[in-house]
Design a protein around this ligand. Structure first.
Ligand code: F6R
Length: 233
């Protein structure tokens, strides 16, 4: 399938994506969506946090992925970070994070259930081509699971301020993400240009798990100029 590519200037990107998401919520107030954390969506969340929160009152937000074993006050912990950056501001009807309080296998099963029937999956793109923590080696059939984090994901966690570099993560699987009715891939910055080109124009391969997103019939790529600069189409 051919994704729909939306390219904005760096200055316009966050407001443009926020406006698209607000439109989506207005059209479908009971939207079930999953959201990532990280540097890419941070300005989008800031834009949404300062907009009218009323549109979120019936929506359900599901966390895309999280590190295993970080304390709730670790700056990199995904659930608390998503609360700080957006959930606490827009107050959706429900926020489903990854409850790691008991057995991890049970946490995976619960989260996989929560990730069924998503209307919209919003994901970022790792420098290594990962989607969520579907690290290189993942396929379109990869389930929701505990994963050993790739070196670059551990480095990214350190960049997010993790007190101890986490070794493992829990992620919604690519298989489940591909079942969402709609998928938005958020990509910004020149450092993502090469991997975005590989994901959209290179071969479909487990070396670049994002390349499997092209199988989705309703994929929108929301990029800024710099990230899109190496695309040929
Ligand atoms: C985070 C996540 C990751 C990031 C990706 C890009 O929840 O799922 O896949 O989306 O690593 O991270 P940033 O946006 O920090 O470049």
């Amino acid at each position: 399938m051919t994704p729909t590519l939306h390219v904005f200037s760096a200055a316009a990107w966050a407001d443009a994506v926020a406006a698209a998401l607000i439109d989506r919520l207005l059209a479908q107030p009971r939207l079930r969506l999953c959201l990532p954390t990280g540097e890419t969506p941070a300005p989008l969340y800031a834009a949404l946090a300062s907009a009218d929160a009323g549109v979120w009152s019936q929506a359900t937000v599901v966390l895309l992925d999280d590190y295993v074993g970080l304390s709730a006050d670790d700056p990199a912990a995904g659930g608390p970070r998503l609360r700080r950056e957006i959930v606490d501001h827009v107050r959706p009807a429900a926020f489903i994070e990854i409850d790691q309080s008991g057995d991890l296998d049970a946490a995976v099963r619960r989260h996989d259930e929560a990730a069924r029937d998503l209307d919209l999956a919003i994901v970022g793109l790792g420098l290594n081509g990962h989607i969520g923590f579907n690290e290189p080696g993942s396929t379109a059939a990869s389930p929701t699971r505990v994963v050993d984090l790739h070196r670059r994901s551990r480095e990214a966690a350190a960049g997010y301020g993790a007190e101890e570099a986490p070794e493992r993560g829990i992620t919604i699987g690519l298989a489940r993400l591909l079942e969402a009715r709609e998928l938005w891939l958020l990509v910004t910055g020149a450092r993502k240009a090469e991997i975005l080109r590989a994901a959209l124009e290179g071969p479909e391969t487990p070396d670049v798990p994002a390349s499997f997103l092209r199988r989705h019939p309703n994929l929108r790529v929301m990029a800024d100029d710099a990230a899109a600069s190496l695309l040929t189409t």
